[in-house]
Ligand binder design. Structure first.
Ligand code: PLP
Length: 363
């Protein structure tokens, strides 16, 4: 029998996640020197990895013959102290992306629904479809969450509400009271999956630990890919009730987080200087982009996180033109925003170069 008749229907129809275009691809495609290419497409940290993490990773290289600690004991204990939670409340993933998939695997079955913002991280959709679930994506007028509409979209079929704050790709930000009231308005039968990938870039961070302590079905996800600059190591974590973390643990393979990632993450948690500098450079860069967009008369969004969104005429063409000159940004066609580019905020000179390219195409 043909394989296509054997594969599950939802897998056949699953869209493939399109990553930010790697530097090497652009170099090959346009015949450019990779060293001269600037990638501002995947919300990576322009300062590189946390130096403390880099040192710790180098020291662990000699132990690569051993399997990693499947339970991430040292990292778990360190995080428990940092967040004043118990070690058993944490779970770890090969990136927080993997934990998003575990959450869907644990709670979504055929015909179940998940609710999320229409212009919110696309993995919520992919993880749902993979499990045979149905996506209920709620319009985001003005690129912002419509919390009433999200609440109204919840039915007895809803298993998970996904939310990321600040949102990717629109950057919109919700306050503590808004998130908290929203979670309290959800029926107890719904899991709230709160994705904090960019939260460290905010001065005021939402804290859902009190809701977890109250016994709400809430799981919060964090990553080392953004402010700690460790996207290539692939490590993220969740905190929730111990029971919830126990289910996530059952979904994972025994050694899903490698030893270098664990060592890097443990060290990065102590790299306050790097985190502060990453945050500083990000807010300076945001100002730089906003000023330029104003000057160029371009529509933009720049609320939170480490990226900005800008509206340009014919964004897919702009994406290609910018690559020809060695600048990679991210088109947003997959989010139903064909006129918008998402740009990761870089160092001042990188931002200048990107703004220079934008001003050529904005003419
Ligand atoms: C909102 C959001 N959540 C989760 C992730 C996944 O991050 P990682 O798997 O690198 O931890 C990303 C990556 O860009 C993201 O934008």
């Amino acid at each position: 029998m043909k394989l296509e008749n054997l594969v599950k229907k939802q897998i056949k129809n699953l869209p493939v996640y399109e990553t930010g275009k790697p530097i090497e691809y652009v170099a090959r495609e346009f015949g450019l020197d990779p060293d001269g290419i600037l990638k501002m497409a995947s919300n990576e940290n322009p300062l590189g990895p946390s130096p403390k993490a880099l040192e710790a990773v180098s020291k662990r290289l000699k132990d690569l013959n051993f399997y990693p600690d499947g339970g991430c004991y040292e990292l778990r204990c360190k995080l428990a102290k940092k967040w004043n939670l118990s070690p058993a409340q944490f779970a770890f993933g090969n990136g927080s992306n993997e934990i998003l998939e575990f959450v869907a695997q644990c709670f979504v079955g055929e015909g179940d629904e998940t609710v999320f913002g229409a212009q919110s991280f696309i993995v919520y959709k992919l993880a749902t479809i993979f499990m045979g679930g149905k996506c209920v994506s709620v319009p985001m007028p003005g690129m912002k969450y419509d919390l009433d509409a999200m609440r109204d979209a919840v039915t007895e079929k809803t298993k998970i509400v996904f939310m990321t704050n600040p949102n990717n790709p629109t950057g919109c930000v919700l306050k503590q009271s808004e998130v908290e009231n929203f979670v309290r308005s959800l029926p107890e039968s719904v899991v709230f999956c709160y994705d904090e990938a960019y939260t460290e870039y905010q001065d005021e961070q939402v804290d859902l630990r009190p809701l977890i302590a109250e016994g709400r079905n809430v799981i919060c996800l964090r990553t080392f890919s953004k402010i700690y600059g460790l996207a290539g190591l692939r490590i993220g974590y969740s905190y929730s009730s111990e029971e919830f973390a126990g289910y996530i643990n059952r979904a994972r393979e025994p050694f899903n987080v490698n030893s270098l990632a664990q060592a890097g993450a443990i060290a990065a948690l102590d790299d306050d200087e790097f985190v502060a500098e990453s945050k500083r450079i990000n807010s300076e860069g945001r100002k730089q982009f906003v000023e330029a967009f104003e000057k160029l008369g371009l529509e933009y969004f720049s609320d939170g996180a480490n990226f900005v969104m800008v509206k340009v005429h014919d964004a897919p063409n702009a994406f290609v033109q910018m690559q020809k000159n060695g600048v990679i940004v991210r088109p947003n066609v997959g989010y139903g925003l064909p006129d918008w580019l998402r740009i990761t905020i870089g160092k001042p000179e990188q931002n200048d170069r990107c703004i220079g390219e934008l001003s050529k195409i904005a003419k």
